[in-house]
Design a protein around this ligand. Structure first.
Ligand code: MN
Length: 414
């Protein structure tokens, strides 16, 4: 089925190539919001602890980007954590603030003291977790969850009922439990967590579609990246009707991490034309979280990796200088990044000319020929690309050598 995309703002869409194949795919129009869990699941990354100031800074950026929900922490963990969540909740952000709670009254009390908008009350209902983690029956656990949910709603909190390990829980069990809490307590969300990252896009779509058919409550999807599919699964869930998509900045989180905020936001543009988030802040936010967490994204990480807009091949660079979208899906400006044209052994004359022009130099033809020879020798000796500083030094050398043989030059330029 073809779909019109009249709502796409053309000036913005010129910053990226839209996936026009989506016009041939039959999917339900997306009705989504983002819940970023960097400050909760992200902080569960081994070795990561954010300070209050750091959490406030990240929350403020997320709010400025237009992220609808921020999961700020797990208040019952410590007095400090509770204080931070409370402070975030009282910043007056547009983002709604959510926190985590086990299915116990004390956790809900802690959430209440923090003034959060939403409390995420979670239990696992998979046989694996019931048998080896809780050592309790499903009925017991569900009973605890219902008591906690009732207590939270009675005290005016909006509730997300989250099924941990949902991807390894029988679907009928999930449907029944979700239907019950929806009917009895009017929870605002039910949440599916792919706790061990077992899902793929097809099974995610199936799982969410089945739940979507059986409940009226908004569905959340929380994906982990153990098989490198967290972003793809999150989008598959959105296509199947999931409302709230969980992400973390730089995909940090337990083990292999979560669905990446930067990937999900850019994919929402490229695939579905959703442009309401301020993606120009993504690279600065990524650097901020990288500094605070001590975890630097890999150089080839999508959107925020050091190589995301780095080009060396002569053919690519020459084309990019004419039209960046030849080899860039989206422009660096769209995500607050910078293009980096690297000079190396694969750099051709046309590309080199473009690169030196782009950094403010203008060389004559003979100078350019001399420069390209120097670049080749230099990169082959060092077995790596040359930096901008090195390039500027080589340009100076070329000019000095030309000056030194002034009379020679006269003959050439005739
Ligand atoms: Mn998680």
């Amino acid at each position: 089925m073809r779909k019109s995309r009249e709502t796409v703002n053309m000036s913005e869409s010129e910053q990226y190539s839209r996936n026009t194949l989506m016009d041939f795919i039959d999917y339900r129009p997306l009705d989504i919001e983002i819940c970023d869990v960097t400050l909760r699941d992200g902080e569960q990354t081994p070795g990561v602890v954010f300070s209050k100031e750091q959490k406030l800074a990240v929350a403020s950026e997320l709010d400025s980007m237009g992220i609808e929900v921020i999961e700020a922490g797990f208040p019952v963990v410590s007095a400090d954590e509770k204080e931070i969540v409370k402070e975030i909740a009282n910043q007056g952000f547009n983002s709604r603030i959510c926190c985590l709670s086990r299915a116990v009254k004390g956790d809900v009390d802690a959430a209440l003291e923090c003034d959060v908008d939403i409390v995420s009350i979670f239990i696992a209902m998979s046989d694996m977790h019931l048998k080896y983690k809780y050592h309790r029956s499903l009925e017991d656990m569900l009973g605890c969850a219902k008591e906690a949910i009732e207590y939270a709603t009675d005290h005016g909190l909006k509730v997300r009922f989250a099924a941990e390990d949902a991807s390894r829980t029988p679907i009928d069990r999930l449907k029944k439990a979700f239907k019950e809490v929806e009917t009895e307590y009017k929870v605002q969300y039910v949440s599916l967590a792919d706790t061990v990252g077992i899902l793929n896009p097809t099974t995610t779509h199936y799982l969410v579609s089945e739940i979507f058919k059986s409940v009226n409550t908004s569905i959340c999807i929380h994906c982990h990246d153990d098989l490198g599919m967290a972003t793809a699964n999150t989008l598959a869930a959105a296509e199947a009707g999931a409302k709230q998509l969980h992400t973390t900045v730089n995909a940090i989180g337990e083990r292999a991490g979560n669905a990446s905020l930067e990937e999900v936001l850019v994919a929402l543009r490229v695939q579905y034309g959703i442009e309401r988030y301020d993606t120009t802040r993504l690279n600065a936010l990524s650097r901020m979280v990288s500094e605070y967490s001590g975890i630097t994204p890999s150089v080839n990480k999508a959107v925020v990796g050091q190589n995301a807009f780095t080009h060396e091949s002569g053919i690519h660079v020459a084309a990019i200088l004419e039209e960046p979208r030849t080899y860039e899906l989206f422009l660096p400006e769209m995500v607050g990044g910078k293009r980096n044209l690297v000079v190396g052994k694969h750099t051709g004359k046309k590309a080199l000319k473009g690169i030196i022009n782009s950094i403010g130099f203008c060389l004559e033809r003979d100078e350019l020929c001399a420069l390209i020879e120097k670049v080749k020798v230099c990169t082959e000796e060092k077995h790596k690309s040359i930096s901008r500083d090195q390039l500027e030094k080589l340009i100076t050398q070329v000019r000095q050598e030309k000056k030194a043989s002034g009379s020679e030059k006269e003959k050439f330029s005739i």
